[in-house]
Design a protein around this ligand. Structure first.
Ligand code: GDP
Ligand code: MN
Length: 399
């Protein structure tokens, strides 16, 4: 589950990570109030107005703006709240901005120049370990740094039994070229950041930029946080951080019906029980010349109700030219699923694409018979190969 920058910063702060302070606002008037409060609490004359959307690259798209007085705060907030913000990560349609974070300006002049770094904590799946990835080239597009100057990106692997060890935190600070007070601050920063990542059961914490201020403080200017969905049951308090307006509406609806659904860009909708079988089915669709329109695992106990909910969701996608249902009847009996498909088909009444049903396992033959005799535009198959050939055939007919 992705969360907003202001929420990520609140979590970081609760673990003792120093952050660029800010107050969230949903109207220009609230933004002005927030700026006044920041002036009182942190003596921050200038503030930055930052669009809160679940995508990075906001600065480039005009979603991060400096304001030097209260008139400018109002003006910038008026521009940003309600805008459709397009960044390199949103796609061309952009994302609607509902809130801004009014944050203290932390790039003030002083003894030294402010300097931006990159630090993230994430799971390296190949190694099966958490890693801290960091670079002196912060503030900019880290993908670009990885492509052009990969030697400027460092990694620190964390042993799951020992956790982050003090010498590792020091090594990070050293490799970032720091010494003295800044080195100490950075060591503390990294230690607290790792603790936050670990104790929240997160999948990623990306801080870009981490800033060394002109008076040698180290703080998080940005926070991109992904909480691991599988860990959320241990953190009921994070449920309220979810912002459904940032998620794909089809995926929100699917999660309400307990369906494991991910929207994709292809033309063949699929409904499958079990994640492994769902992935294999997507491969088969590709081999048959189609592109999967979604990943959908209806779970181990598919019944008429879940089948109907799944149909409804898949059919909302105008790109879908055919639907492939691939169910293995282990716990669930195939004839029950077949009846569910037939019932849903009749009840929904608006199914405009061919449906290929492949049922294998308990009572597969009875299931095939039910479908073949239903008189609906449903093609049944028992073998995977038959199902794949049917997908190829119906796509060819559609074209
Ligand atoms: P992103 O573009 O979505 O990654 O948003 P960031 O939070 O990383 O902000 C983008 C850029 O805005 C940063 O790299 C900074 O250059 C700039 N920025 C952020 N906070 C401040 C600030 O307090 N003062 C100034 N002058 N610039 C800031
Ligand atoms: Mn950033």
């Amino acid at each position: 589950m992705n969360i907003h920058e202001y929420q990520g910063k609140a979590i970081l702060k609760s673990f003792g990570v120093r952050v660029q302070e800010g107050i969230v606002a949903d109207t220009p008037e609230h933004a002005v109030e927030a700026a006044k409060k920041l002036k009182e609490d942190f003596n921050s004359d200038w503030v930055v107005i930052k669009a809160q959307i679940h995508a990075g690259g906001r600065g480039k798209g005009g979603g991060v703006k400096l304001a030097k007085n209260l008139e400018e705060v109002k003006e910038r907030a008026e521009q940003i709240i309600g805008m459709q913000l397009v960044t390199p990560q949103t796609g061309p349609e952009g994302k609607k901005v509902n809130k801004v974070l009014v944050a203290q300006d932390v790039y003030y002049p002083g003894e030294t120049e402010p300097k931006e770094y990159y630090i993230s904590v994430l799971l390296d799946r190949a190694k099966g370990r958490n890693i801290i990835m960091y670079s002196t080239e912060g503030g900019m597009d880290i993908e670009h740094v990885a492509e052009t100057t990969p030697h400027l990106i460092f990694k620190e692997e964390i042993d799951p039994q020992l956790g982050l060890r003090p010498f590792q935190a020091s090594r990070i600070a050293y490799n970032l070229g720091l010494s003295g007070a800044a080195m100490k601050e950075m060591t503390k920063f990294v230690t607290a950041l790792y603790k936050a990542y670990e104790e929240t059961d997160s999948a990623m914490f990306e801080i870009n930029p981490v800033l060394k201020t002109s008076d040698n403080k180290i703080l998080a200017v940005d926070a991109k946080v992904n909480l691991d969905d599988n860990g959320l049951f241990r953190h009921k308090e994070y449920a309220e951080l979810r912002d459904e307006s940032e998620e794909d509406p089809m995926e929100v609806e699917a999660s309400k019906s307990n369906l494991n659904f991910v929207k994709l860009d292809g033309n063949v909708g699929c409904m499958v029980n079990g994640a492994g079988l769902a992935m294999a089915t997507m491969d088969i669709i590709k081999l048959a010349g189609g592109e999967p329109a979604n990943f959908l695992d209806v779970g181990g106990t598919a019944n008429a109700q879940t089948v109907k909910a799944a149909f409804n969701i898949i059919l909302q996608d105008p790109n879908v030219k055919a639907i492939l249902i691939n169910i293995f009847g282990g716990i669930v009996r195939c004839d029950r699923v077949a009846q569910g498909v037939i019932d849903a088909y009749q009840e929904l009444g608006n199914i405009r694409v061919p449906i290929i049903v492949r049922l294998q396992g308990t009572n597969a033959e009875e299931a095939k018979k039910l479908i073949d005799e239903s008189g609906l535009q449903v093609f049944s198959a028992i073998l995977l190969k038959e199902a794949a050939d049917l997908v190829t055939k119906v796509l060819a007919e559609e074209a």
